[in-house]
Design a protein around this ligand. Structure first.
Ligand code: SF4
Length: 76
C-alpha cells in the first residue's frame, strides 16, 4: 500500500481519500473494519489489511462522506 499524502491512500485496486473536515467521528469505519481504519496508528488507514470489496462496503457506510474511493486505472 502507498500513502500519497496524509489523507490519500492507495492499494492495487482503489485510491481512498479522507476529508477530516467532513468527518463526524462516529467511528463507524473503525468499528466496522478495525484492521483497516485504525484510531491510534499513523497512517490510520491500512488498505492491505482487508479485501478491497470489504473496504469499499465499509466506505459506503461512512455517514458524512469523509471517506471516498475511486477505482484505479489499469496500469500497463
Ligand atoms: S465512518 Fe466516516 S464519519 Fe465516521 S469516523 Fe469514519 S470517516 Fe469519520
Amino acid at each position: 500500500m502507498e500513502t500519497l499524502t496524509d489523507n490519500v491512500f492507495r492499494n492495487r485496486d482503489i485510491t481512498v481519500t479522507y476529508k477530516p473536515k467532513l468527518c463526524v467521528h462516529a467511528e463507524k469505519c473503525a468499528k466496522g473494519l478495525s484492521d483497516v481504519f485504525r484510531t491510534d496508528v499513523v497512517p490510520w488507514i491500512n488498505l492491505d489489511a482487508a479485501e478491497t470489496q470489504r473496504i469499499i462496503a465499509q466506505i459506503r457506510k461512512c455517514p458524512s462522506g469523509a471517506l471516498q474511493f475511486c477505482e484505479n486505472e489499469e496500469e500497463e
